[in-house]
Design a protein around this ligand. Structure first.
Ligand SMILES: Nc1ncnc2c1ncn2[C@@H]1O[C@H](COP(=O)(O)OP(=O)(O)OP(=O)(O)O)[C@@H](O)[C@H]1O
Ligand SMILES: [Mg+2]
Length: 235
């Protein structure tokens, strides 16, 4: 099966006194397995809301959300916990590392409960953290911390990696290195990556680009050729 997610007629509505505010309205969308998907849009357009619905952190007010043919919008909280634990990884703009744990221990946290973990040694080499294994987060640069966060998210070998502004706190050179790593991991493990960003340059490395505005999809495009992260222009 090629389709990973399918959204049908999805709304997320908040009550504001007696008026309804639609953070997402009437979304129909299919996301394919193994792709890098970039979601672009101005502040308040619904990007984080979309990630929260796909990852089961929040539920839609209306409509269907299917993950591999299973309705996640119908799941109970306990089922959602299993869905997230078994299938999803997350990285954020702030790396969310535990300051009192070493690089190795931080990455190992991601392995917990995993049925199919990757080899720690192999992963640490791939993300370029050899030699930093026993350091603490304060001894690392921003780019290195984000690498630890990526390794921690990938070590359980998730089907989907959600990335909310993964390069938001990084300079161009370091940001590109982090994106190269994500691209590399996508090719190696076929992990579907859903990246939310304000940086339109990142769209060129995506297989699919989703542009949002005011809670709707403005455009969904599929790139015929995908650019290497190292060759991106930077906005
Ligand atoms: N719990 C909530 N209650 C009411 N309104 C909300 C709530 N969560 C989000 N919204 C509104 O929904 C809209 C979409 O928010 P969302 O966080 O998805 O935007 P975004 O595209 O991620 O923005 P940014 O780029 O600033 O992160 C915003 O107008 C926001 O104020
Ligand atoms: Mg957001």
């Amino acid at each position: 099966m090629k389709e990973l997610y399918k959204l049908e007629n999805v709304y997320k509505t908040y009550k504001n006194y007696d008026t309804d505010y639609h953070a997402l309205k009437d979304i129909d969308l299919t996301l394919n397995k193994g792709e890098i998907i970039v979601i672009l849009g101005p502040s308040g357009s619904g990007k984080s809301t979309m990630l929260n619905l796909l990852s089961g952190i929040d539920s839609p007010s209306k409509g269907k959300i299917l993950f591999e043919d299973t309705r996640i919008d119908k799941m109970k909280e306990s089922e959602l916990i299993d869905y997230r634990a078994n299938n999803l990884g997350f990285i954020f703009q702030s790396y969310n590392l535990i300051p009192s744990l070493t690089v190795k221990e931080n990455i190992e946290l991601g392995k917990e409960l995993s049925v199919n973990p990757l080899s720690m040694k192999e992963l640490v080499n791939q993300v370029g953290l050899e030699g930093h294994f026993h350091k603490y987060p304060y001894q690392l640069s921003g780019g290195q911390m984000q690498r630890v966060a990526i390794a921690r998210a990938l070590v359980k070998n998730p089907k989907v990696l959600f990335c909310d502004e993964p390069t938001g706190a990084l300079d161009e050179e370091t940001g590109k290195k982090v994106l190269e790593l994500l691209q590399d991991m996508n090719e190696r493990y076929h992990t579907t990556m859903i990246i939310v960003t304000h940086n339109p340059s990142i769209a060129d490395m995506a297989h699919t680009v989703i542009r949002m505005n005011s809670g709707t999809l403005v455009e969904v495009t599929h790139n015929k050729t995908v650019q290497k992260a190292s060759e991106l222009r930077w906005a």
